[in-house]
Design a protein around this ligand. Structure first.
Ligand code: HEM
Length: 532
């Protein structure tokens, strides 16, 4: 006698399962589109239904372009994912990021970026009280005294960079890919300031894979952080499996993490100064924080805190400077008038390179500073959202009362290209930052409210002053010594073009592939020793 046939067959169970999933998806979709607290906000239907479009945009590196276009189409507030709103106003910027008591915090999204086990850096710490402690603890590294003590080292590395790109004779020298060269320069600078290391990746091949891994790894982690199950993925990030999935960038970045950890573990931290590559007394950043406690709470860092912070300073410090510097050079070689004017200003201010230092003369280079501001506007170091999660009690942004758990953000690229704040936004125009008959102090102040390359408020960039000094010194040294131009046989690299995706058609716009930082390439530039 055969077995009794079961009451429910396998195919019936599969059918019930599939139907259940479909009904769940349908109900969820109805809820998200019609009943969700953010249902009334405009945006494409696909954004309201799921977070996958956002993940796809992050994967492609085009998020900033989408944000700009979405705001142009739907207005100053757009629902860009079921639970996320994007705002494009200076008032939203100041409400969300500005005040110490703003009822938001960095969300879980940030945690994927810190791989060192058991600790979050000052960059990724989501708890506001813990972040305040870390920020205070780190402050000696970024103090005016620390920057002053490190300036001679910074200058030495910049001068060495200038020597490397120095053309032979008095004709135009070979072409250089400025994305590559500035990436190495940024890495050399931060390696020296943070660890006292001398990577020399501008000059030598040996450490270049580490320098190149910084943005490659960030770009990978950027979209991985948007995966619905990122929380499960995080512990796997340092495993061989992820090295296989993430490729060379992740492998190299893991070596950089190992390097940072070795530095933390193997060195004896002495807070007294030591002689560095320039034979000047100085103390590197790691030494400044390794033996320090937080003055107020008495908190002192664990070894894991130091590991992750050392790496954070390299990652957060090297790549945005390099990207913005490449952008500044791109815009200068594409805007002859600005290039000539900045060059004339630098050459008439200083008589020798030895004079180029942080002080009244450098501060008097108003046009150079305006070029840097304009490069930071066009090439915001973090072009898309710095997401913030609304805390219990909600927040009111531009008259919109938003409930706990809503994710909010203001995309710098979109805000920086909004004509209301920056008339003729696609023009590289340093003059917009200088008071004149055509530009009033009020209009500059209004633009500044919407200017956010370093973010604002309690999570503003800790390295802002250092970054400005680095940019000023580098450009001043290069312009003082060399004329520069786009390589005649490779003019297009770095800019947009008709064959590129929508939003990337402008040949005179430096192209960024957004990645909490940005991937880039070019421009190809030639240098010639100045004749006048
Ligand atoms: C042009 C160069 C730079 C740009 C455009 C830039 C931009 C930014 C931005 C937008 C943030 C906020 C990120 C967020 O809220 O998620 C940030 C944070 C940070 N940056 Fe920079 N940065 C630059 C250079 C530097 C340098 C040279 C350092 C030195 C190590 C540095 C260290 C940091 C740190 C530690 C944070 C975390 C601050 C916190 O949350 O307390 N940055 N940066």
């Amino acid at each position: 006698m055969g077995f009794l046939s079961p009451l429910v067959s396998v195919s019936d169970i599969a059918l019930i399962g599939v139907s259940g999933v479909l009904i769940y998806a349908l109900l969820l979709s109805i809820y998200r589109v019609f009943l969700h607290p953010l249902a009334k906000y405009p945006g494409p239907l696909r954004y309201k239904l799921s977070g996958w479009p956002l993940l796809w945009q992050a994967y492609k590196g085009n998020r900033h372009i989408w944000h700009l276009q979405d705001h142009e189409r739907y207005g100053p507030v757009v629902r860009i994912a079921p639970n996320t709103l994007s705002f494009n106003t200076e008032s939203a910027l100041s409400t969300i990021y500005g005040p110490r008591g703003a009822n938001v915090k960095k969300g879980e999204w940030y945690k994927t970026f810190d791989i060192a086990a058991g600790a979050y850096s000052s960059f990724t710490e989501t708890d506001r009280a813990k972040h305040a402690i870390k920020r205070r603890w780190m402050s000696p590294a970024f103090s005016a005294e620390s920057i002053k003590a490190n300036e001679s080292l910074l200058t030495m590395i910049i001068e060495r960079f200038c020597e490397t790109i120095k053309p032979m004779g008095d004709t135009w020298g070979p072409k250089w890919n400025m994305t590559e060269m500035t990436t190495y320069l940024g890495f050399d600078i931060m390696g020296a300031l943070v660890f006292g290391a001398d990577f020399q990746s501008v000059q030598e091949e040996e450490s270049r894979h580490l320098a190149n891994s910084v943005i490659a790894a960030t770009a990978f982690l950027y979209w991985v952080s948007y995966l619905p199950l990122a929380i499960i993925v995080r512990p796997l990030l340092r495993t061989k499996l992820f090295e296989v999935i993430g490729g060379k960038g992740i492998v190299d970045n893991n070596r950089l993490i190992d390097y940072a950890q070795d530095q933390v573990h193997s060195r004896k931290y002495k807070t007294e100064s030591k002689e560095d590559l320039t034979d000047q007394p100085r103390i590197d950043f790691l030494s400044r924080i390794a033996n320090a406690n937080d003055r107020k709470s008495g908190w002192s860092p664990t070894s894991a805190d130091l590991d992750t912070e050392a790496l954070n300073m390299i990652n957060a410090g090297a790549d945005p400077y390099s990207g913005v510097l490449a952008g500044a050079i791109f815009y200068l070689v594409h805007n002859e008038y600005a290039l000539q004017k900045a060059t004339r200003e630098v050459r008439s201010t200083f008589s020798t390179t030895a004079e180029i230092s942080n002080g009244p003369k450098l501060s008097s280079c108003e046009y150079l500073y305006a070029c840097i501001e304009e490069a930071l506007r066009r090439t915001a170091g973090v072009p898309s959202h710095l997401p913030r999660v609304v805390l219990p009690g909600g927040i009111n942004v531009d008259g919109n009362q938003l409930p706990e758990g809503t994710v909010v953000g203001v995309p710098a690229y979109a805000l920086h290209h909004t004509p209301e704040y920056f008339p003729d936004p696609w023009a590289f125009r340093p003059e917009r930052w200088i008071e004149s008959d055509d530009v009033s102090a009020e209009s500059i102040a209004f633009s500044r409210k919407a200017f956010t390359p370093f973010s604002i408020g309690t999570r503003q960039c800790s390295g802002r002053n250092l970054a400005y000094l680095q940019l000023k010194l580098t450009l001043a040294h290069v312009l003082f010594r060399y004329d520069m131009r786009l390589a005649p046989d490779q003019k297009g690299l770095g800019g947009g073009g008709p064959d590129m995706e929508e939003g990337r058609q402008r040949k005179d716009e430096f192209q960024m592939w957004d990645a909490l930082g940005f991937v880039r390439d070019g421009p190809m530039v030639e240098f010639k020793t100045r004749t006048q």
